[in-house]
Every structure is written in C-alpha cells, then in structure tokens.
Design a protein around this ligand. Sequence first.
Ligand SMILES: *[C@@H]1O[C@H](CO)[C@@H](O)[C@H](O)[C@H]1NC(C)=O
Ligand SMILES: *[C@@H]1O[C@H](CO)[C@@H](O)[C@H](O)[C@H]1NC(C)=O
Ligand SMILES: *[C@@H]1O[C@H](CO)[C@@H](O)[C@H](O)[C@H]1NC(C)=O
Ligand SMILES: *[C@@H]1O[C@H](CO)[C@@H](O)[C@H](O)[C@H]1NC(C)=O
Ligand SMILES: *[C@@H]1O[C@H](CO)[C@@H](O)[C@H](O)[C@H]1NC(C)=O
Ligand SMILES: *[C@@H]1O[C@H](CO)[C@@H](O)[C@H](O)[C@H]1NC(C)=O
Ligand SMILES: CC(=O)N[C@H]1CO[C@H](CO)[C@@H](O)[C@@H]1O
Ligand SMILES: [Cu+2]
Length: 584
Amino acid sequence: MLSFVPLAGVLSAALFAGFGRCAPSSSSSSQSDALGVRGPGSCHTPSNRACWSTGFDINTDYDTNTPAGTLRTFNWEVTEHDNWTGPDGRVKSKVMLVNNQYPGPTLTADWGDTVVINIKNSLRLNGTSFHWHGIRQFRTNIMDGTNGVTECPIPPGTTKTYKFRLTQYGTTWYHSHFSAQYGNGVVGAFVINGPASLPYDIDLGPYPINDYYLKTADEIVLDTQRSPAPPPSDNILFNGTNINPAGSGGAYSRITLTPGKRHRLRLINPSAEHNYQVSIVGHDMTVIATDLVPVNSYTTNSVFLGVGQRLDVTIDASKTPGNYWMNVSLPASGLCGSSLNPAPAAILHYSSVPNGIPTNPGTPPPDSGCRDSLNYVPIVQRQVSLSQFTPGLQNTLDVTVDTSPLVFWKINGTSIDVDWDRPVLDYVLQGNTSYPASENVVIVNQKDVWTFWVIENLSIVPHPIHLHGHDYLVLGASATGAGTFTAADKASLKSANPTRRDVSMLPGNGWLVLAFKADNPGNWLLHCHIAWHISGGMSVDFLERVSEQKAQISSADLKAYNNNCAAWRNYFDHSGLHKIDSGL
Ligand SMILES: *[C@@H]1O[C@H](CO)[C@@H](O)[C@H](O)[C@H]1NC(C)=O
Ligand SMILES: *[C@@H]1O[C@H](CO)[C@@H](O)[C@H](O)[C@H]1NC(C)=O
Ligand SMILES: *[C@@H]1O[C@H](CO)[C@@H](O)[C@H](O)[C@H]1NC(C)=O
Ligand SMILES: *[C@@H]1O[C@H](CO)[C@@H](O)[C@H](O)[C@H]1NC(C)=O
Ligand SMILES: *[C@@H]1O[C@H](CO)[C@@H](O)[C@H](O)[C@H]1NC(C)=O
Ligand SMILES: *[C@@H]1O[C@H](CO)[C@@H](O)[C@H](O)[C@H]1NC(C)=O
Ligand SMILES: CC(=O)N[C@H]1CO[C@H](CO)[C@@H](O)[C@@H]1O
Ligand SMILES: [Cu+2]
C-alpha cells in the first residue's frame, strides 16, 4: 500500500490551502518522492495536495490535458480454488482469485501513466475478461474488457495483454466481466495518484466494503434466475475481512489513525448487490472525489455508496484517542440488500491507545432510502444546455422485469445477451450494421455533442446505473415512486455543473436523467451494476460513432483481438459448456 510521508500537520495548514495553480518549478513529472514513487512534482505536499507537477493541478481539465507518465507493467494470474477458507474463517466451496489474493492486488499508478496488464487465465473451465471500471479508455475501447462487446473472453491457459493510458486520477477498481465471475473473487482496487481538492497528511489507500456470500456466484445466478429476490449476504467485508456473524472466526478490519493528522481513505463498493450507508461513530467524513471526479470538499456524517461507486474521503483524527466503530447500514426496505450480519462494522483505532473493541454504539445515520446524494460539485466544471434536450422515445430507456418462466431484466424491452464468440466489435470491423436484437444496441452518431438519456424504472428495486467510457452528468433523479419522467420534470433538472460520476442510483419506480458527451468512439455498456441484474440482461450497448472506430485500432491490437477470439472459439465450442446468462 502506498502512503505519503506526513511532512506537516495539515489541520492548520488547510486554512491557507487554495486550489491555486502550481508555481513553475524545476521538478518534472518523473521526479521521485520520498518513497521512490515516480510522478508527483515536489509541489504535491501534505499542505498542498492540489498541486501535482509543473502545469498540472486540481484545476487542470483532465479530459484534455494529461501529464507525461511512465509505463508500468503488471503480470497477473487468475486461479481457481476449492474449499477455500475465507477471511471470516468459513469455507467457500469455490473461489477465483487474482494472484492468489482476496481481494486481488491493488493496481497503483500515477496520473498520465500507461499501464500494461498481462492476464493469464489459469481457471479450469471459465473464460475471463478484465474491465477497468470508470476508466475513460479514450479512443481505446478495445481495452475495455467487456467480453461479447469489445473482445472474446480469454480462454483457459492463455494470456491477454491490456494496455491503456490513465487520463484520470483517483480511486477505482477492476473486475471480471465474464458473467457474475467477479462475485467469485476476480476483483481488486485501482489507485491512480494525482492532485486532491483538500490537503491531507496520510493516504490510507483503498478501502473496499463489499457483500460476501458462501455460495458461488454461479449458484446465485441460477437462484436469481428462478426468483428475482436476491439472497441476503452471509457477511459484509471491510478491506477484505470481518468477523463472521456466527462468532466462529475472522477478524475485524482495523484502520489505524495517527492522532492530530488528516487521513485520506478511498472507499470502494465492489459488491455484487449491496448499496449501503457508511458512518463512523463520533467522526465526520469529508468527500473529495465521487468516482474519478474530484469535487469541492463536502463534510457529512454519513455517505452512501451504490454498487461500483467510490468516494474518496478525509477523516480528521481530532477526537479523543480511542477505538471507534465504522458502520455500514442497509436501507430498511431491504430492496438495496440485506445481510445475515445484522451490524456490519470495522474499527477505527487511534495509534496512541491500545487496540480494543469500541464501547460507544453511536447513532445510526438517516435511512438513505437507497438514493445517492446529488450535492457533489465537481472542480473541473461541465454544463449542458437543456434546450438541447427534448425528452421522447429516442432517448428514453425503460427498465422492466419478466419473472416467468425465468427472471429477465430488460432495458427498452430487451434483455442483452451477448455472443462471446462474436463480439459487437466484429460487426463494427466488418461494417455490418445488422446488429442482432439481443445485443440491445443504441446508436449514437453525432460527434462531440451532449446526449441526454432518461432511464425510467418500472420496477420497485433501485438500480446502480453504470456507464463505460464516460463520466456522466447526473441531471436529476426522482423521488422513490415518482413514476415516469414528464415534461414538467424537466424544470427540476440541474444543468450547471451537476454531480458527475460513472455510477448513480435509479430510484425504485422513478427516473434518472443523465447526459454524456459523444466524444469517445466505441461500444460502451450502460448497465445495472447489480451482478444478478446484468447477468439477467439489464444493459444496453451504446454504439458511439461507429464509423470512426476501426481507424483508431492499431494493427497489433487488431491482430491480438483476432487471435484471442480464434483461441476462445476453439476452446469454448469444443468445451461442452454453455452460456447460461447474458454473458456479462
Ligand atoms: C471439498 O469439501 C467437500 C466437503 O467436505 C468434499 O466433499 C470435497 O471433496 C472437497 N473438494 C476438494 C477438491 O477437496
Ligand atoms: C464456470 O466455472 C464454474 C465453476 O467451475 C462452472 O460451474 C461453470 O459451468 C463455468 N461456466 C462456463 C460458462 O464456463
Ligand atoms: C487494507 O488491507 C491491506 C492488506 O491487508 C493493508 O495493507 C492496508 O493497510 C489495509 N488498509 C487500511 C486502511 O487499513
Ligand atoms: C456499529 O457496529 C457495532 C458492532 O457491530 C454495533 O454494536 C453498533 O450498534 C453499530 N452502530 C451503528 C450506528 O450502526
Ligand atoms: C451481418 O451479420 C448478420 C448477423 O450475424 C449475418 O446474418 C449477415 O450475413 C452479415 N452480413 C454480412 C454482409 O456479412
Ligand atoms: C428501443 O427499441 C426500439 C425497438 O424495439 C428502437 O426502435 C428504439 O430506437 C430503441 N430506443 C433507443 C433509445 O434506442
Ligand atoms: C412508475 C411506474 O411505471 N411504475 C411501475 C413499476 O413497475 C410496476 C410493476 O412492473 C408497475 O406496477 C408500476 O406501475
Ligand atoms: Cu439492477
């Protein structure tokens, strides 16, 4: 884990810190800091996290400016394990792990770096494919890792290389997009160091909090095909660990705070299903980034994280030194997840006192009703003109669910069902516009304009809606039960620098209106991030600027793509195995 050496107490220095441009200095973006990490210039200090390197700081428009970076290579192997004793002390019949770790290794790099990740698939039967959640993949759609869309799955026994540039910075994660495989453990954190909107002393690193099941993801997929009600989780893990609620093992996650210092914690929700609220007894959190978008600091006593979302927060160790609970609470409706752990928690421990079990239970935060906050204000601003938004059939995507004979989640009347053997990219490369209905494509041809989308929920279940290849503007979301979007609702939308991120909640029986700019040719999924829902078909595929896609693929990437597809077809078509869900 990376942590910056605390050079100065920022709790007082914070008063003087603005978002000022970096002063010119002789440092370059390849300079080393005290820990030997390449990237930040000498200006990126605890009292001035807003600065990164000469010419690059928190105000830099990262969609158009990227610092020079370095090349970093990672070699990972995905393996399968039976009767694996998990972190909460109980045995799982099967897991799939990256480099034998759960969660998988953290991918750490700097803003502007190019990363190369070689994935060796050593699973027994399953293919795999690695998606880099929230990464813009600017003009590198072929590296998006969505099998059946941008690539064929990687067959067992082979290696595939992903290579892309990090134009954004902050906290994200990666996961398999091969059916619900990430629920078996093929998941990890992804940290891109860069400037921050608030000074802090210590970076505590990524902190995933996720639902955890003793059944395999493959078993739960079958269960949720028969009945749409998801199973309760067996536990909720904090940073990969917890005691188990049966009291038969495991250990609490302990976060160590240094008294008097400000800490940055990178919260990630890599769950299969749970959307939850996080609070810390006696302590506020200050949000400084929503997904990969830095925001004006926003102090609150609890935060909501839907599946796939990240919030970078700072925590001041300014209270009486002691041990404090960090709690997760699920909405009382049960529609956003339920757990057999009735009081999931971790411990915040001040380093100046002995470890211990906290005694103050604190007060539960208000029930979020499974709605996320739209109060976050991005530092690099975007705005749209609502006069360019005419709600209608051409931009409305309705979500419905069929429950008989099996459960299918649909968007715009169709459950996506990708063809692992023939990704959508094949059609694009061949100039074949006869896309099968089962690919659920939505054509976006206009160049560099803002496109507006109304997602309407015709189900009572809230859904975390994720878009690949773009951060989107959250123009508005209704109250729960508000029904469909009407012309009158347009007046309630926020068009001037609204919250921007890559996952936002669609309220139950309500609507979500979002906008993204058609500035990145590619095939990009918009899907519910509940593993059981996308497995059941809840996705569309935006075919963005199809005519420009082929030209942006290098001949080496094209060759690797075709070789991998040939190897996959050779494997799967003779394996006797069958795809049992959408494939995503
Ligand atoms: C896993 O444990 C089960 C039940 O104890 C046993 O039947 C099975 O053979 C074990 N599998 C392996 C691969 O060890
Ligand atoms: C994936 O692996 C699991 C566990 O071995 C197996 O049950 C399942 O059939 C496999 N699915 C595919 C499509 O390969
Ligand atoms: C999370 O776990 C990792 C691996 O055990 C550890 O290195 C890291 O310090 C933990 N993070 C926090 C914030 O405690
Ligand atoms: C926090 O978790 C602890 C341990 O499970 C529990 O005793 C306490 O009631 C919880 N507090 C809140 C506010 O949820
Ligand atoms: C285009 O794809 C469709 C569906 O796979 C196929 O039937 C058709 O033959 C293809 N057209 C051409 C010209 O290759
Ligand atoms: C929804 O599907 C219909 C065909 O069933 C199609 O005509 C329409 O364009 C689709 N909507 C969008 C927004 O693509
Ligand atoms: C707003 C809206 O259309 N709500 C619908 C949600 O879905 C249920 C069941 O499909 C319908 O009964 C509601 O009318
Ligand atoms: Cu969903």
